[in-house]
Design a protein. Sequence first.
Lengths: 157, 214
Amino acid sequence: MIFAMTHELSHQLDTVLQGVLDRSEAKAIYLSDKGGNIIAQRSESHYANEENMSALAAGSFFATQELARLIGEGGFHCVFHQGGNSSVYMQSLENEMLMLVVFNKESNPGLVRLYSTEAGSTLERLLKDEDQSNQGMPALGMEFTIDATAQPFRHKS
Amino acid sequence: MAFINFARREIAFKIVYYGPALCGKTTNLEQIHMAIDPTTRGELTMLSTQQDRTLFFDFLPLKSDVIKGFISKFQLYTVPGQNIYNETRKLVLRNVDGIVFVGDSQFDKMEENLESFSNLETNLQMQNDTLADLPYLLQFNKRDLPSVAPAHYMDFLLNNKDVRMPVVEAVATEGVGVFETLNIMSKMVMAHFMKQNNLSSNDVPDEVCVSSER
């Protein structure tokens, strides 16, 4: 199984995420899959370890789904972690996608939640449309070539 | 599930280091983080208890240019070895593209190795995966210790299937076998990706495409 993102979908997702970022005055927004892969992102502030952030967010969010089950819920739709200066808001989407919003005191949780929820349904529709139209890699006519002479990873020199 | 982003020319794979408690999964990632070209790695995130036991997972993102025209991203995860964290292991296994099973070579750890391997199979079944459909290899770690089981004995215990998977003998604390494991696993994952999606794979070395039959 593979998730393949086209240029068109990438542009559409970026547009939706940028809208949330602008309206909520958040610092960064990431869309990731349940494995923590960043699928799309927009940010005002640069965070050095975005992949680590996304992996941790996906892990912690989906761990709370088990907690939800223990109290008789099917799952939590959103999780909010409030810090002194920076906070994060996480919201689940269909197909086990996750939206992660990083914001600070210039914004507030209510705004972030409002615009994230609105954007969530648009993102779900875009991803669903792509899922239905995606006929697999061969249909995209791509060929990949692995450099067989090279090791993927090397010691530092 | 591999993830490919045509807009960014990126392909992402997830590799999980699995095995019993204290077998050296985290040590593998630490050695890679320490010894690899810094331009090809991100930060190593470790979620450990005060006793340095993995609580949630360890995570190390790597990138390579081995697929021409694309940045290949490999996300390395470990699972917690302690049994009480089995739910966490299931979470980490989601969307996995390849598994490194790290076995502890000490004789008195064989039962734990078998338990962990069986637990891996069970957890994969629960997400409708199976080892028969996933690239994986076995790393026999701690080969420097005095009371180790012969490699062929461990091979008999853990690799006694219709299709024999690659084995790497390692001393992870000294970095021995760590890069070999990583490179073989990475190539296996890419070869699987190519094969699964009927893509060009003529340049993939044979030894990482198909495991030798017993």
